[in-house]
Design a protein around this ligand. Structure first.
Ligand SMILES: Nc1nc2c(ncn2[C@@H]2O[C@H](COP(=O)(O)OP(=O)(O)OP(=O)(O)O)[C@@H](O)[C@H]2O)c(=O)[nH]1
Ligand SMILES: [Zn+2]
Length: 199
């Protein structure tokens, strides 16, 4: 199988990260919340907070490597249980879970790891789960021109399980289907059956 020229996926930063300013602000936030940073173990906490959020908001750049679909493979390609870690844009608390990302190939097939990389790419920013699901599906559709795309994400929102309503054990399922996977009932059913999500 010959590799097509890789298309570089630009880092889509949500803005410049100023670690120094973030550390200072984190220190002020802790003090405003009544948490002293005087002790040895908390002295570095504002800096750690700044670096932790910077890490969560910085996706790793990657190349979108595709190959010609030489065998004319026309069934579903599905990567299941891709880990998802993101941060909800309402509380800036983590939501974590798994994504199932699949497509029905057209003229080209995608390097399999890229299905996980595109999830990370859109997860590394303040998000809502619905938008993340749709962004992954739309991006695959635009870049690969497949016959269909399906994305399902199941995630626990810690803003909903650890605080607020404290709905411990709950998780949220979102899905976006495009093309044949949306229009054709049999393809749709097969997709959900293979993801293991009851729909
Ligand atoms: N649709 C959607 N809502 C989300 C997501 N992540 C968090 N939220 C919700 O965003 C909402 C923000 O609502 P507010 O009423 O402003 O916040 P709040 O007072 O902290 O609400 P509670 O969480 O109910 O205590 C909450 O209902 C969250 O559950 C997400 O990915 N998608
Ligand atoms: Zn939230």
């Amino acid at each position: 199988m010959t590799s097509a020229p890789a298309l570089h996926v630009a880092h889509e930063s949500t803005g410049e990260i100023d670690l120094g300013a973030a550390e200072q602000a984190a220190g002020e936030l802790l003090r405003a919340l009544g948490i002293s940073t005087d002790s040895e173990s908390l002295r570095g906490t504002p800096g750690r907070m700044a670096r932790a959020y910077a890490e969560l908001f910085t996706p790793r750049p990657f190349d979108l490597t595709t190959f010609p679909n030489e065998e004319g493979y026309d069934e579903l390609v599905l990567a299941r249980s891709i880990p998802v870690r993101s941060v909800c844009e309402h509380h800036l608390l983590p939501f974590v879970g798994t994504a199932h990302v699949g497509y029905l190939p057209g003229d080209r097939i995608l390097g399999l790891s890229k299905l996980a990389r595109v999830v990370e790419h859109f997860a590394c920013r303040p998000q809502v789960q619905e938008r993340l699901t749709k962004q992954v599906a739309d991006w695959l559709s635009e870049q690969l021109q497949p016959k269909g795309v399906g994305v399902v994400i199941e995630a626990e929102h810690t803003c909903m399980t650890l605080r607020g309503v404290q709905a411990t054990g709950s998780n949220t399922v979102t899905s976006t289907l495009l093309g044949t996977l949306r229009q054709d009932a049999r393809s749709r059913q097969e997709f959900f059956a293979l993801t293991g999500v009851n729909a």
